[in-house]
Design a protein around this ligand. Sequence first.
Ligand code: ADP
Ligand code: MG
Length: 689
Amino acid sequence: MSQNHNNLNVSVQQINGVGEERASDLSQLGIETIEDLLMYFPFKHEDRSVKDLADAAHDEKVTIVGKVHSEPHLRFYGRKKSRLSVRVLVDERYLVTAVMFNRHFAKKQFTVGKSVTLTGKLDKNRMQLTVQTYSFKQPSLPENKEESLVPVYSVNSQVSSSFLQKMIRRAYDEYGRNIPEILPEPLIQRYKLMGRSEAIEHLHFPDSLDLFKSAKRRMVYEEFFLFQLKLHTYKRIQRDQQPGMTQVINDELLQAHINTLPFTLTGAQQSALEDILSDMRSDRAMNRLLQGDVGSGKTAVAALALYGSITAGHQGALMVPTEILAEQHYMSLKSFFEGTDLQIALLTGSTKTKEKREIYAGLQMGLIDLVIGTHALIQDNVHFNRLGLVVIDEQHRFGVGQRRKLRQKGFAPDVLFMTATPIPRTLAITAFGDMDVSVIDELPAGRKKIETYWVRESMFDRVVQFIDKELGQGRQAYVICPLIEESDKLDVQNAIDMHAKLKECLPQYNIGLLHGQMTSDEKEEMMKAFANQEVQLVVSTTVVEVGVNVPNATLMVIQDAERFGLSQLHQLRGRVGRGEHQSYCILVADPKTEVGMERMNIMRETSDGFELAQKDLELRGPGDFFGTKQSGLPEFKVADMIHDYRTLEVARDDAAKLVQHDAFWEQKEYPQLIQYLKREGALESEHLD
Ligand code: ADP
Ligand code: MG
């Protein structure tokens, strides 16, 4: 029956039960091949051993077994949304109302008297269970622990977690047992690591918690090791290649421009600028990360560096992740360079064809000094005449490949990355391998502190009053709903519900909605309407880009704030406080733990991003699923840069040693690693053969 296949790099359609349609659903999760599927790890396991309801806590996620007690009740909202509720008798004692959303098709399965296993969140006061999964199979016995550790996958509306579980099981049985080892044997020995194939199995379907932990330990090491191997390979290749350009900056012109600015640079800005200029003057290609809180004046520093490059007779480019950010940067740089004769252009996906052609020509002929744009900048038909400096904003939003592509548009131009995410310095150096780091850890004088409050959910009416007050004074506000990893449907639903609720409470205002299922055009349009003040309040999920400068926005409300990391809360809070008016941040949260409460208090007391990042590091525990997402750090499937920092350091040293070793390249000791590097595009074949 089950064969053993060796090639994992084949379409998921090879699996029984995955046809064309399913394959296209899976590809939306980034799963194309069997390998992708096997490497699609659950973000947690749930203990589905059945509990006595008497022991369950309010709001706890529980699994119950009971009998359908009465006919299910189904209601539709619109054409697609529905609510199915059914009463279930548990242990002959408790009557629980099970509620399911958008599963109208399940109605006929719930026949009275039938035994059912349900998992979901329990509202103990109302004895109501919001169901996430249900099954009519016999439940696993409580003592059979293994069976009850069920993997939970991050899914979307087309693909369910249980479908994934089934397909991954199949894929593993057919393909997984032969997965070759990729790590060097001496390292496996030294750290007593579990084999690759075994680790993959136990990450999905652990036989015990201990095995899961060993599997995880192995995969964390592997991810870090391979990542560092790539970074150090780049570094070695760069070292072997020609040097970067030496930029002869006209200091007088630059200083003259600095003197025209309506402010004096802070000390931190000055020293960051000096770092950058000295990199640019040297014949090494600059590869520097500029970190600083929102509003700390990074863009001003970058603009001066770009100006420096232009005074050296070169061109500059600034790449940002979204069109609206590109437009905003374009406007602010235009005013920053008012009074100079710089030719500045804006190039995005929606630039008109005719204008695009003119810009292409202008860049190629060197008539344009500075271009600001999105991904449009890395299209093949963009050629520069003499690109000197590339600035990449919110660097983590671009992949390594995209960053390299822009870099390749010049003759080894200098590159400056910017991020508003405070990352402790040591971590940044390790995370980005070969990058130098400059930090702006000082805000310009006179900035108003954002007043931060923490309120309980029960005080939401007061929050609405506060929103009303701010909007009534002509200000604008954001309301952020948290991301729900289990399901983007629930996630979007959350935001939709909040939007409806606020519209009802505040009918006199235009209230917008932003969520991950909107197209990027729709999102941009909404953000534009907000920026133009046509919309006063925007309800948004965190997946949505809110990195836009709207100085009139003075209020940030964050729902379920305990579900976010401190750094993330700080990032969100930084969306306000950009104008002349006093700004506020309201954290709505009912944290259940001491640490949770401490976090809320830290947010109230601290406005320094680096301090918060450090605290985040200290307070984080395992099970913090909202960890590195959007933190500006590279993301891994299993590993977490902050939590697994020690392993990261070890893996870095191991990878660096290997790469420095000429034998690694010449004798091809570890062909599987060389192959990996080639597959990842870190090595072109000519570097080897
Ligand atoms: P960032 O890019 O770090 O978010 P910006 O460079 O956009 O910060 O600066 C935010 C605002 O502060 C801008 O309006 C800018 O003109 C202003 N600014 C920058 N540096 C200073 C400074 N040293 N003193 C006062 N205002 C400054
Ligand atoms: Mg900026």
